[in-house]
Design a protein around this ligand. Structure first.
Ligand code: MEV
Length: 313
């Protein structure tokens, strides 16, 4: 039997991170320059019931039986087997590789889960549809983030720009003009689970202050949805700056992020903000043809460890 593989893209959040966990809307796009890949291959000569997992990027090379049930790879395999009520699967090897940097706001955990669910369900002869893939990947997000909104697994499963509100049907966005974003990495890793927990603790301690911030971000995101569909680049940039101010109010920025954001703005970016969990990871700068090259070199000089561009749509 030939090996079966599936890939899934990374993502960036354009507007609404963190507030989305509390019911506000958020906007995210897939990033296809980075992908996670899962390959499932039968092991006909192995002992019955063998499930072997290789993930060279994180130095994992082990049998499933050696992993704790809370391990995301173990959990995703078990979830797929449970979905089909399979107790005794054929022996197989799952090999996972990912070019998506970990703990940098680009959705690596969700992408690995989506690719694995698709490859394994196809290997078992019952390929799952997008809605089921998305809801199983959401279970894995809970292991990664604690209290996720579900935006990462959603944008990565459907691989389209989305306007997302927790618990509501997703809306696919269709921009009328193209937007070019530079995505620059601070080189500082920060687990999203940590910043999500920090915001939750601060919200519990100060509900009225935090609810007001979440509401402001919700308004910014609703305005951004109109700016995207109207192709209004200038307004889109201004809203990015406003969103960044609200994220800073919640202590989610960092000196490295602030430096990249300031330099991007100084060299003409139309807007700039952190993306994802914050306190590290990646930032976004909205550019046009006239300033893309200068913003890119300013980001590099300001210490970005990698920079790439993506265009919506
Ligand atoms: C993480 O990519 C986005 C957060 O809003 C968390 C979530 O929505 O689950 C920070």
């Amino acid at each position: 039997m030939p090996a079966i593989f599936s890939t899934a893209p990374g993502k960036v959040i354009l507007f609404g991170e963190h507030a989305v966990v509390y019911g506000q809307p958020a906007i995210a796009i897939p990033v296809t320059q980075f992908k996670a890949k899962a390959v499932v291959q039968a092991l006909p000569l192995a002992k019955a019931g063998t499930i072997h997992i290789e993930a060279p990027d994180i130095n994992l090379d082990t049998d499933l039986s050696q992993l704790p049930q809370t391990n995301p790879h173990a959990r995703v395999i078990q979830l797929v087997l449970d979905t089909f009520n399979i107790d005794k699967p054929p022996s197989f090897l799952l090999r996972i590789t990912s070019k998506i940097p970990v703990a940098s706001g680009l959705g690596s955990g969700a992408a690995v889960a989506v690719a694995t669910i698709r490859a394994l369900s196809s290997f078992l002869g019952q390929p799952l549809g997008d809605d089921q893939v998305c809801s199983l990947a959401f279970e894995i997000e809970k292991l990664h983030h604690g209290t996720p909104s579900g935006i990462d697994n959603t944008v990565i499963t459907y691989a389209k720009p989305v306007y997302f509100i927790k618990g509501q049907p997703i809306e696919i966005l269709s921009p009328t003009a193209s937007f070019t974003l530079l995505i620059a990495d601070t080189g500082v890793s920060k687990a999203t689970s940590e910043t999500v927990a920090q915001v939750r603790a601060a919200w519990l301690a100060n509900p009225s202050e935090y609810d007001a911030i979440f509401n402001n971000i919700g308004e910014i995101t609703r305005a951004a949805r109109s700016a995207i569909t109207a192709g209004n680049l200038k307004l889109f940039g201004q809203l990015m700056d406003q969103n960044q101010n609200q994220l800073s109010e919640m202590d989610l920025s960092s000196p490295e992020l602030d430096k990249l954001i300031q330099e991007a703005k100084k060299t003409g970016a139309l807007g700039a903000k952190l993306s994802g969990g914050g306190q590290g990871g990646n930032m976004l700068a909205l550019v046009d043809e006239s300033n893309q090259v200068s913003v890119q070199s300013a980001l590099k000089n300001a210490g970005a460890v990698s920079i790439f561009s993506t265009t919506i749509p």
